[in-house]
Design a protein. Structure first.
Length: 202
């Protein structure tokens, strides 16, 4: 691991310990990601992949501070791209809940500064390659994939541009509570948490 990748992992471990909740499987986004996600390392950006990405991204409009929207938009229109969500970290900044795309093993992050939205009017294959290569070497990514079908459904709904992590954790927690209720009904006597499922750590 690089130093910045180590720093991101250390943050997730520290936050997971700080927000432990005995009534929940996961007490925070960070604990969920630490246990279910992984470090995402970008593959080398070859000429062939760069050509493909230039064809995919050169005419697409991206928006500042809208990583979920930007990544969902790419996956909606391009079958070969995989949506990821998790945390990203760059030296001098704090870890941020973030979304990006992976294509042919290459991390494609169009939002991280300077995002491609800031290259309007001077976007070229050269600036795209420089942007992606810089992110791959300077930014640490830790996350997990979201099914393309779910991404496309969300992009076409009124929830377009919203994140998935909260939904993932709530779904798991609801499944856990159903299993506990079934165990009690079967006579195991396992207690069921009485609180409502909300944002982890809340």
């Amino acid at each position: 691991m690089t130093p910045i990748q180590e720093a991101l992992k250390d943050y997730l471990e520290t936050a997971s310990t700080a927000f432990k909740n005995p009534d929940r499987e996961f007490g925070s986004f960070e604990e969920f990601l630490l246990k279910r996600g992984k470090l995402i390392e970008s593959a080398p950006l070859t000429k062939e992949v760069a050509d493909d990405l230039w064809g995919l991204l050169r005419l697409t409009t991206f928006e500042i501070k809208r990583c979920y929207w930007n990544a969902q938009q790419i996956v909606h229109w391009h079958d070969d791209c995989q949506y990821y969500e998790g945390y990203a970290l760059q030296a001098g900044l704090i870890p941020m809940h973030h979304a990006w795309v992976v294509y042919e093993g290459v991390v494609v992050d169009v939002t991280w500064r300077p995002g491609l939205h800031e290259l309007a009017g001077r976007r070229s294959k050269k600036t795209l390659i420089r942007h992606l290569t810089s992110n791959a070497s300077e930014v640490a990514y830790w996350g997990l994939p979201v099914e393309r079908k779910k991404v496309r459904i969300r992009y076409s709904s009124r929830r377009a541009g919203e994140d998935f992590l909260g939904d993932m954790i709530r779904e798991r927690e609801e499944g856990r509570r159903k299993a506990l209720r079934a165990a009690i009904k079967g006579g195991s006597g396992v207690p069921v948490p009485s609180h409502d499922v909300g944002r982890p750590g809340g």
